[in-house]
Design a protein around this ligand. Structure first.
Ligand code: DX5
Ligand code: ZN
Length: 234
């Protein structure tokens, strides 16, 4: 099943509680929360106290994407604040396996994120320890950036890696996901779609989410249809 995870980075930070209620009513599947520390990425956003305050405004799972250096010391704080899924960037973890165990220990689902330039090999040996892999389709740090098409083959490769190992790990993509790109991702095996600008940038959130779902379905259907043979050459 395709899951839509609106990123509140593109919401109105002056009224996040209202935004969370609106996006929940609009049919989102989970709430994607971007945490940035000004070290791992050149931007700073929010931390556990804000997430804790937001918890009572939605019943949906909180998908907390940590774009912070050395996250181990903060995992418990994010779990206490109300996270269900905690995603760490592979590049920020010296002992990735240990960090994943730490996330499990606090009863959250572990996920690992890879920057566009980071090879899939970096997660091969932890793949069965995680619930989800997040492939960044922009360089992390900001919303509203352009989708990097070079990541599409990586999505296909990860799909193969997961399927051939017989695992149920979900593939999530984040960055530049919109009406023009979501079909490409769905076709190549993406399942959890983070979208900030493409949803919060619209007036009607429910309509924006429904449209994204339609495009995913259309792309998957097209992928299943038998390919037409090439026309004979003149
Ligand atoms: C970028 C964040 C994304 C961001 C996506 O570093 O991880 O979650 O909000 O924003 P859009 O969908 O606008 O590209
Ligand atoms: Zn994110």
């Amino acid at each position: 099943m395709a899951l839509i995870a609106p990123s509140i980075l593109a919401a109105d930070f002056a009224c996040l509680g209202d935004e969370l209620r609106a996006i929940t009513a609009a049919g989102a599947d989970m709430i994607h929360i971007d945490v940035m520390d000004g070290h791992f990425v050149p931007n700073i956003t929010i931390g556990p106290p804000v997430i804790k305050a937001l918890r009572r405004h939605s019943t949906l799972p909180f998908d907390v994407h940590l774009m912070i250096a050395q996250p181990d010391g903060y995992i418990e704080d994010f779990a206490d604040a109300g996270a269900q899924i905690i995603t760490v960037q592979v590049e920020a973890c010296t002992h990735l396996h240990r960090t994943i165990q730490l996330i499990r220990k606090v009863n959250c689902q572990p996920a690992v994120a890879l920057n566009p330039a980071t090879p899939l090999e970096s997660i091969r040996y932890v793949l069965e320890e995680v619930n989800m892999v997040l492939l960044m389709t922009v360089n992390p740090g900001f919303g509203g950036q352009e989708f990097i098409r070079g990541v599409l083959p990586k999505i296909r490769q990860l799909r193969k890696m997961i399927d051939s190992a017989g695992l149920q790990v979900k593939i999530q993509t984040d960055g530049g996901v919109n009406d023009d790109t979501i079909g490409l991702i769905a076709r190549d095996g993406g399942e959890v779609f983070v979208a900030g600008t493409a949803i919060f940038g619209q007036d009607d959130y429910a309509r924006a989410i429904a449209r994204l779902r339609q495009l995913i379905e259309a792309a998957r259907k097209q992928e299943k249809e038998p390919k037409k043979p090439d026309p004979p050459q003149e």
